[in-house]
Design a protein around this ligand. Structure first.
Ligand code: NAP
Ligand code: MG
Length: 462
C-alpha cells in the first residue's frame, strides 16, 4: 500500500518533526502494510498556522468558487473510487464489495451534497431591520475515528470547506492511509494551499495537541464518549465551539403489527454490517413477548448465515474488548443463540456474528456500546414498556421502528430520545441531520444542519 512519509501541510508533503512512525496493519492477516509518521505537537504547530494563514482568503471566496472546488473534489473521489475501496479494505479489513458500496460511495455522495449546498445555501438572511450574515467560524480541528475512515473525514471537511473554514485533520491511527489518499484528492481538486492540512499521529499526542491548540476555533470530534468528554472539557475551558459525535446503543423496536421476519432480518444485517463497528447500529432488538421466541429463532438463523462473510474488527485491542463483552453477557445470564467467543479464523481479528437472547435492560451488554458484531434481543410487555427500554440508556444516536403502518411507527418514533429513526427500514439519507440526543453527542453532521455547525452569525442593524 502506498504511504507518504510526511504530513500534508500548506499544500505540500513535508517531513514530520519526529522520526517516529505508526505501522498500519491489515486486520485480516495481521501483516504490516505501511508506515506513516507519528505527528507531535510540533507538527500541529506547523499545520494550525498554515490553516490560519489560509483562512482570510478562503473565507472571502464566493460560495460558487467553494462549490466548484467541492465538485472537483467529488470528481477526484469518483475517479479514484477503486483505490479508495482497496485502501479501506487493506487497513480496516472490510470485504471489498462493502468498501465499494459504502466506504467509497457514501463519502462521494456527501462530498457531492456539499458541492451543491455550497452553491445554493443562503449565507445571508433578513430579520426585521437586520441583515444577518452567516460567516465561517475559522480554523477547524477535526479528529476522526477508523470505523468509516473516509466518511468520517468527508462529513467534517466538506461542510467546513463549504462554509469557508480551513481545516487541520488528525485521522485515526488505524486508518491513516485513507486519510493520506484524501489529502491527495484535495490537492488534485485545486483546493488552495493551507485550506486543508493533515497531521497523522496518536490521539493522546497529535489529537490532544490539536484540540488544545489556541489557533483552533472549533473542534469537531467523532469517537468514544470517554475521549469526547475530555475534548468537550478542553474546548469549554477555552470557550471554543465543539461538535461531538459519540457512541450509541440504538434500539430496533419491532411493534406487534410489523412484518416480523423482515424487521428481524434487516435488524441483524444492520448490526453485522461493518462487523458491528457503526455508532448508529441497532444493537438492541426489542420484541413483544408474544413474538419473542419466533424473533430469536429468526435472528439466530440470520446471524448464522453471515458465518464468516463479515470482516474482522479493526485491531487486536478492539477484538479483546468485544470478546470481553461477550463473556460479560454470558456471566450476567444472557442466552447465547449464535456466535460466541470462539474465533472463526486462525488469523486476523475476526469475531463470529453473535446474538444474545434473554437480555434484560440493566445488563452491561444492553447498556454499553460494544462496537462489534453482537446483537442483544430484549423482550417487552407493551408499548410503554418498549419505550422505557428503548430510552433507558445514556445514549440517543439512532434507532428503528417497525409497524404495520407508517402512522403507528411515526407516533412511536416521535417519543424516542434519539437523533435519527429509520421507519420500516428507511434508507440512509446523506442530507438528513445526523447526531445525538443525551450522551451521544453535541451538534449535527450532514446536510444544512451539518453546514451550520461551521458558521456563526453576524447581525447588522439598519
Ligand atoms: P477514540 O480513542 O475515541 O478515537 C477517536 C479519535 O480520537 C482517533 O483519531 C483517536 O486517535 C483520537 N484520540 C484518542 N485519544 C485522544 C485524545 N486524548 N485527544 C484527542 N484525540 C484523541 O476511539 P477508539 O479508541 O478508536 O475506539 C474506542 C471506542 O470508541 C469504540 O469501541 C467505540 O465504542 C467508540 N467509537 C465510536 C465511534 C463513533 O462513530 N461514534 C467511532 C469509533 C469508535 P487514535 O486513533 O490514535 O486513538
Ligand atoms: Mg484510541
Amino acid at each position: 500500500m502506498k504511504a507518504h512519509d510526511g504530513m500534508y501541510i500548506d499544500g505540500a508533503w513535508r517531513p514530520a518533526a519526529s522520526g517516529e512512525g505508526i505501522d498500519v496493519v491489515n486486520p485480516v492477516d495481521e501483516q504490516v502494510i505501511g508506515r506513516v509518521p507519528a505527528g507531535t505537537a510540533v507538527d500541529v504547530d506547523h499545520a494550525v498556522p498554515a490553516a490560519r494563514a489560509a483562512f482570510p482568503a478562503w473565507a472571502a471566496t464566493s460560495p460558487t468558487e467553494r462549490a466548484a472546488r467541492l465538485a472537483a473534489l467529488r470528481d477526484v473521489l469518483v475517479a479514484r473510487k477503486d483505490e479508495i475501496a482497496e485502501t479501506v479494505t487493506a487497513e480496516l479489513g472490510s470485504p471489498l464489495p462493502f468498501s465499494q458500496n459504502v466506504h467509497a460511495a457514501v463519502p462521494i455522495a456527501v462530498a457531492g451534497s456539499y458541492a451543491e449546498l455550497a452553491g445554493t445555501y443562503s449565507f445571508e438572511e433578513k430579520a426585521g431591520n437586520s441583515t444577518v450574515y452567516l460567516e465561517p467560524v475559522g480554523v477547524v480541528g477535526a479528529i476522526t475515528p477508523w470505523n468509516y475512515p473516509l466518511h468520517q473525514i468527508v462529513a467534517k471537511v466538506a461542510p467546513a470547506l463549504a462554509a469557508g473554514c480551513t481545516v487541520v485533520l488528525k485521522p485515526a491511527e488505524d486508518t491513516p492511509l485513507t486519510a493520506q489518499l484524501f489529502a491527495e484528492a484535495v490537492h488534485e481538486a485545486g483546493v488552495p494551499a493551507g485550506v486543508f492540512n493533515l497531521v497523522t499521529g496518536l490521539g493522546p499526542v497529535a489529537g490532544q495537541a490539536l484540540a488544545e491548540h489556541p489557533g483552533v476555533d472549533l473542534v469537531s470530534f467523532t469517537g468514544s464518549t470517554a475521549v469526547g468528554r475530555q475534548i468537550g472539557a478542553t474546548a469549554g475551558a477555552a470557550i471554543k465551539k465543539v461538535a461531538l459525535e459519540l457512541g450509541g446503543k440504538s434500539a430496533n423496536v419491532i411493534l406487534p403489527s410489523a412484518d416480523l421476519a423482515k424487521a428481524v432480518n434487516v435488524g441483524v444485517a444492520n448490526v453485522m454490517s461493518n462487523s458491528g463497528q457503526t455508532c448508529s447500529a441497532w444493537t438492541r432488538m426489542l420484541v413483544h413477548r408474544d413474538q419473542y421466541e419466533e424473533a430469536v429463532g429468526l435472528a439466530a438463523t440470520a446471524a448464522a448465515k453471515y458465518g464468516d462473510r463479515i470482516g474482522p474488527v479493526v485491531n487486536a485491542k478492539q477484538r479483546a474488548r468485544v470478546l470481553s463483552y461477550i463473556d460479560k453477557g454470558l456471566a450476567e445470564g444472557a442466552r447465547l443463540v449464535a456466535g460466541g467467543t470462539e474465533s472463526p479464523h486462525e488469523q486476523g481479528y475476526f469475531i463470529s456474528p453473535t446474538v444474545f437472547a434473554e437480555v434484560t435492560p440493566e445488563m452491561t451488554i444492553a447498556q454499553e456500546e460494544i462496537f462489534g458484531p453482537v446483537l442483544s434481543i430484549l423482550r417487552y410487555e407493551d408499548e410503554e414498556d418498549a419505550l422505557r427500554i428503548a430510552n433507558g440508556t445514556v445514549y440517543g444516536l439512532a434507532g428503528a421502528v417497525w409497524a404495520g403502518d407508517e402512522t403507528e411507527a411515526v407516533a412511536f418514533a416521535r417519543r424516542l430520545e434519539t437523533g435519527q429513526v429509520d421507519i420500516n427500514g428507511g434508507r440512509f439519507n446523506p442530507l438528513a441531520p445526523f447526531g445525538g440526543y443525551k450522551q451521544s453527542g453535541v451538534g449535527r453532521e450532514l446536510g444544512t444542519h451539518g453546514l451550520s455547525e461551521y458558521l456563526q452569525t453576524k447581525s447588522l442593524q439598519f
